[in-house]
Each structure stands twice: as C-alpha cells, then as structure tokens.
Design a protein around this ligand. Structure first.
Ligand SMILES: NC(=O)c1ccc[n+]([C@@H]2O[C@H](COP(=O)([O-])OP(=O)(O)OC[C@H]3O[C@@H](n4cnc5c(N)ncnc54)[C@H](OP(=O)(O)O)[C@@H]3O)[C@@H](O)[C@H]2O)c1
Length: 312
C-alpha cells in the first residue's frame, strides 16, 4: 500500500475537517492537501488561514457539494493526479430539516453524510485516482450513546431494503428525531466501509469517529432544545465531565486513522466506554452486528442501489 503523502478532505473549511488539514500540514511527509468544500468563499478563506497558520503552500481547493452526486462527479472528472488518501468528513445533521427529502430521493441528512461520499469513492476507484486509504467520519451514535440519551439504532432484519428505507424517507420522516436518523445513517456508512474493505483489499478503508467534539458547528442544526443540550450546555459541561473533548483531540483521531496502519481496514473505531471520548476500540467488540459480513454487504448494496436509482 502506498504511503500517504496527499490527502483530500471533504468539508475542509470548518470544524474537524479544517483542523485535520491543519494537523496534517504539520507533518513534513504530507505534500498536498485538497480542501473539498461546497462554498468557494469559505474555501478561499480557509485556505488563506491555513497557509498563514501552517506556513505551508500545499493546499488546493476542490469545489464539491457532497450532497449532490453530479457535483461530486464533476469535481472528480477535473482531477488530474491520484490522491493517496480520502478523508470523508463532511456531514452532520443535514441542515435545519434533517429528514426533509432532497431532489435525489433521499433525506437531507443521508445526502450530506453518505450519498456523495459513495459516489466520490466509486468515481475515484473507477479512475484509479486513489492509491492508499479511505477514512470515513463515523460516530459513536452508530452504536448508541446511552449517557447522552442516544439509543442504539434498532435494526429489525438488516436487509438491503431496511438500509434503503433509512435513507429514502420511509424510516425517518420529517417528524423523526434527527439524532435517531443520524445514528442510523452513520451505522449504514460504517457497514458500507467495512464491505468496501473486503471488496477492495488493495486499499485501507477505516471508519473513525472523531468522538464527541466541542468547538465545531456540528450541532447547529439540531432542534432548539437538543442544540441547547448538546452544544451550549454540553459544550461546557461535557468536557468537564469527561464526556466530550476539544477539536484538536477529535481531528487527531482522523490523522491517526489516515497514517497509522494499526487501524485495520474494515474496522470501525470509536470510543470504548459509554461516553464518546477516551480509548478507541473496534466497535464490533461492542456491537457484533458491525462485524457481520452479510449485514455489511446489505448496507453496501443499499447505498449503491440508491446511487443507481437517483441517476436513472
Ligand atoms: N462534532 C462532533 O461531536 C462529531 C462527533 C462524531 C462525528 N462527527 C462527524 O464529524 C464530521 C465533521 O463534523 P463537525 O462537527 O466538524 O461539523 P461542522 O463544524 O459543521 O463542519 C462540517 C463541514 O462539512 C461541510 N459540509 C456540510 N455539508 C456539506 C456538503 N453538502 N458538501 C460539502 N461540504 C459540506 C461544512 O461546510 P459549510 O461550512 O459549507 O457548511 C463544514 O466544512 C461530520 O461527518 C460529523 O458527523 C462529529
């Protein structure tokens, strides 16, 4: 497997993606960092600030909206050189209406966390533009965070249709709890990544949760009370209670997953305990369904069927 000298980061202009770009630029073997962002203005501002902070001119902007497959395809078509690693970081709650349907026949929260990332990986594989590692931004929500009132996603039979239903508005409707939708969608994505690891053994596919992280905009789109709890109260209290950590710690998890081969292909790493910080473990040790190849392949089939349906 190639060493990682170049990295493309989605959602690189803010939060954990931007901090990962900053930390990676501090490593002398990293020669190129592609900032994949949906807003040109925000991307230009982030690039200028990163150059100033790191004193390196290794950043290049790629305009890409990961909730829109045609935007992703256009961006990949314009790429001239292969990239060693992808950090699939863009995501979050999918705007103020997480479970509203997009024009692509999926919910907004699914579109931003999964749809375009599936297209991005496939297009880069197809064009032989990725040489080493793919890291996906997972979340402890995918296995439940009891201490924060987030239940483990309830899978009935883990069929392809069950995963499709979580994306296409049948399971999560506009009145559903955005956190439950988020958990189900991050679970689907972690399973997709594990299946991809078996299908493409020449690359390393790792899902890594940054952990509960303060100082990002990630909670901004939650309904008022949840935002108050997770962002404002939680942002102050939870680090004190050892339940969340700062952005440097969150992004460091990504950097470790990108560069350290001890994080094995096909695995989903996140916090060991009931909270969302601390020691990392393979989450299949806590939630055995994550390690089931049949379930992984069902999730993979589902995310690909969704890409095919929205393209036809
Ligand atoms: N923070 C946490 O506690 C936590 C915990 C576990 C997992 N995560 C995961 O970590 C990732 C980053 O979260 P964060 O907390 O850093 O969030 P954030 O501060 O809101 O940053 C999200 C980034 O993604 C970009 N983005 C959003 N939608 C996009 C789209 N359609 N196309 C391209 N870029 C898009 C945003 O760009 P704009 O500025 O244009 O909106 C921004 O740069 C997410 O996948 C999240 O689910 C976060």
């Amino acid at each position: 497997m190639n060493p990682v000298n170049s990295v493309l980061i989605t959602g690189a202009n803010a939060g954990l993606g931007r901090e990962a770009a900053r930390q990676l630029a501090g490593i002398s073997s990293i020669e190129k960092i592609y900032l994949a962002c949906r807003s040109k203005d925000k991307a230009l501002a982030a690039k200028a600030a990163l150059e100033r902070e790191t004193k390196r001119s290794i950043f290049e902007i790629i305009l890409m909206d990961v909730s829109d497959p045609s935007s992703v395809r256009g961006a990949v078509a314009a790429m001239k050189k292969p990239v060693d690693a992808l950090l699939l970081n863009a995501g979050g709650m999918g705007g103020r209406s997480s479970n509203a349907m997009t024009t692509h026949g999926v919910t907004s929260i699914y579109a931003v966390n999964v749809l375009g990332h599936v297209v991005l990986v496939d297009e880069m594989l197809e064009r032989q533009l990725i040489t080493s590692t793919v890291v996906y931004a997972g979340s402890e929500a995918a296995r439940g965070i009891p201490k924060m009132g987030v239940p483990r996603p309830a899978l009935r039979s883990a069929t392809v249709d069950e995963f499709r239903a979580m994306a296409d508005g049948r399971t999560f409707t506009e009145s559903s709890d955005p956190m439950e939708a988020y958990a189900g969608i991050k679970l689907t994505a972690a399973l997709w990544m594990s299946s991809m690891a078996r299908k493409h053994p020449h690359l390393r596919f790792v899902t890594m949760s940054p952990g509960g992280t303060t100082g990002t905009n990630g909670m901004d789109d939650l309904p008022f009370l949840k935002k108050l709890f997770f962002k404002h109260i939680g942002g102050v209290l939870m680090p004190m209670l050892g339940m969340m950590h700062g952005i440097e710690d969150g992004a460091k998890r990504y950097v470790d997953a990108l560069l350290d081969p001890k994080f094995e292909s096909g695995s989903f790493y996140a916090s060991a305990g009931e909270a969302a910080v601390g020691k990392l473990v393979d989450q299949a040790t806590l939630f055995p369904t994550l390690g089931d190849p049949l379930v992984q392949d069902n999730a993979n089939l589902a995310v690909h069927q969704i890409v095919t349906v929205q393209a036809s």
